[in-house]
Write a protein that binds this ligand. Sequence first.
Ligand code: ADP
Ligand code: MG
Length: 365
Amino acid sequence: MIEVRELVKKYGEHLAVDHLSFQVEKGQIYGFLGPNGAGKSTTMNIMTGYLSATEGEVIINGYSIFDEPEKAKKCIGYLPEQPPLYMDMTPLEYLNFVAELKKIPNKEKDQMIADIMKLVKIVDVKDRLIKNLSKGYKQRVGLAQAIIGYPEIIILDEPTVGLDPKQIIEIRDLIKTLSEKHTVILSSHILSEISAICDYVMIISHGKLVASDTPDNLGKLMLGANVLEMTIKGQKDIINQIFAEIEGIKEIEFHDSAEKDCMNVIVKCAENVDIREEIFYKLSDKKCPIMMMKTSNMSLEEVFLELTTDTTSVKPEKKIGFFKKLNKKKELEDQSEEEQMIEEDLEEKSESEVVEKENEDEGNL
Ligand code: ADP
Ligand code: MG
């Protein structure tokens, strides 16, 4: 239904969208999730024909948005981040105006506008000036203009931003209702927003797609990460030796502990592997008592943060690396030892150190 291929947008030297590719199938709610500045609005503006692309293709129902914009645009209703409302019109006047722009036949127009006003619940305010409406009502008028003509695809850029909680729930319900007849794509920088409404999530960071799946699967994927945090009394060498004998460990990190003679140990295990008992007996044999042990599964929230943390100097590759590590252990195994050591070395540095280092580098130029 929609195919975006290798989309690139540069503003001057700034790469806002970086070889983005994805597909959208009929009848679902898709969520574009990413922090501010990730490139969501830019992508949506290109997909809807409001902005040109530097490279790449957008095909809507078989029509290229660049080569056949009129045909492609007919399939789409768009609510941009700043709804294009005329403040001195009433909703009714405005929707008539939009219907004319969209070339809705006169005999269908009145009924369509009446139905849509009912759907988005603006009948009561249809004769007030738009400038006097609350933000929530303005947003509904914006939604109404996107629905005029009943396009197959409805694209909404941050549709709930700036609304109060009650209005957010109302707009959410409205979006769900819309999805019964339309394919909906919406963007948000708020995870809970996306996971509450969407069937499918695309996480975007620095103009790149860093993960895409159902909210459930993204969550499960992280449950697979299966992390154990421990404080163990004993020497690092001995503890390390013990862990080396245990199967199913993907990664192990040692940190100094505030407790005397103790190490903090973080172990990442393969999915469905529970090594707690084995650890208990083996450490006990070697007289290394466990002072604390807890499991910590990553939530979708943490995944999102990890994938998108917006410290501008940290390259997205690093985050993609993190994601791959969870997903594609195989890929890591295929790397040469030297590459792995470099990667491990990099990971030992905190993100702030990386930022500092890069700032230093810039300073040296
Ligand atoms: P999002 O909608 O995810 O917050 P945007 O698509 O608005 O992100 O912006 C992506 C990046 O492109 C940001 O770094 C932003 O500053 C930059 N940008 C957006 N619009 C322009 C513009 N007209 N000129 C220059 N840079 C822009
Ligand atoms: Mg935006």
